[in-house]
Design a protein. Structure first.
Length: 312
């Protein structure tokens, strides 16, 4: 069951059966406009890891043409095609500059999100990691795909999780940008959500307040004789967790590596032992490492040889 694929994740996913996986946790390119280098293990040498810059070129136009063709036979791709046509207007049909780059990036991401939706089980969940560069565009695409049949309200969007962290430089004329976004979507309401496995400790302030007042508030309602859950508080949709520091033993040299604890929280919450977890942008393998540690089966896909190589 555990498989690591080297290749284009779109091609790999299109070979997979419908409703194959229980959980998708993935950290795709962000359209950051940067080239990322990786420090090789036990060496000061650097290697080109990947380029996160996008151009409205022939491959981008081919991707859009392919979406339009598939829209004739697929409701998912039809919804996707209509969403991208709307973004064309927002981005003024640009073929250069930041707007042209965003159109190219969305042409890349859109069909991959459509395939993730197809191979995700009806009981499954997806966590999509992004940042404010394109998160608003990606949410629109996911709304179009996941809620294509729902015209009353958005039931498939579950959370916008904000991953908060500290450190690094600060801009002179802006607030410090110290968060990423993680979108959580499901296909139905019949899902796995193991809240007890991801509860967090109560703050000292909460413990002191509840100790004496035994009262909790939710909106306009007051709950008397409230007892703290011995397993911890229900987690919020903002998670405070430090990135993988350069000196950490967890650091593998991959430029956009995320902390394993971050992905362990997603996997614990939205899957059970023996479930199949997939990361189509597996990078240095944080998701599959966390899945393996938590006794889940896993599938990883990446196009970068550096990501597939086994460390020496």
């Amino acid at each position: 069951m555990n498989k690591l694929y080297f290749g284009d994740n779109l091609e790999v996913m299109r070979e997979m059966d419908d409703q194959r996986v229980d959980l998708i946790c993935t950290d795709p390119p962000f359209n950051s406009g940067r080239d990322y280098n990786a420090f090789l293990t036990d060496s000061l040498a650097q290697s080109k890891a990947f380029t996160d810059t996008w151009t409205w070129d022939d491959p981008a136009q081919d991707a859009r043409a392919d979406i339009e063709r598939r829209a004739r036979a697929s409701d998912t791709y039809k919804a996707l095609h209509n969403c991208l046509r709307g973004y064309d207007l927002v981005l003024q049909n640009a073929v250069s500059g930041n707007k042209g780059s965003m159109r190219a990036y969305l042409a890349f991401m859109a069909p991959r999100l459509a395939e993730m939706h197809r191979i995700l089980k009806d009981t499954g969940s997806i966590y999509l990691h992004c940042d404010p560069t394109a998160s608003h565009y990606l949410k629109g695409i996911m709304d179009a795909i996941w809620d294509q049949d729902n015209r009353s309200k958005n039931e498939c969007f579950r959370n916008e999780i904000v991953w908060c962290y500290r450190g690094g430089g600060v801009p002179k004329k802006d607030f410090s940008r110290k968060h990423d976004i993680i979108f959580r979507y499901t296909k139905t309401d019949n899902i796995t959500f193991n809240v007890d496995d991801v509860r967090q400790p109560y703050s000292e302030e909460s413990q002191e307040r509840l100790k004496y007042k035994a009262r909790a508030f939710r909106g306009d309602r007051v709950y008397d004789n409230y007892n703290m859950n011995e397993k911890g508080k229900h987690p919020e949709d903002w998670w405070v967790m430090q990135p993988v520091m350069p000196s950490s033993k967890e650091r593998l040299g991959y430029p956009t590596q995320k902390p394993r604890a971050l992905y362990e929280r997603m996997i614990k919450a939205s899957s059970n032992e023996g479930d199949l977890v997939m990361d189509p942008f597996s990078g240095c393998g944080t998701t599959i490492d966390a899945a393996h540690t938590l006794n889940r089966f896993w599938i990883g896909i990446d196009l970068i040889p550096f990501s597939i190589d086994k460390p020496s």
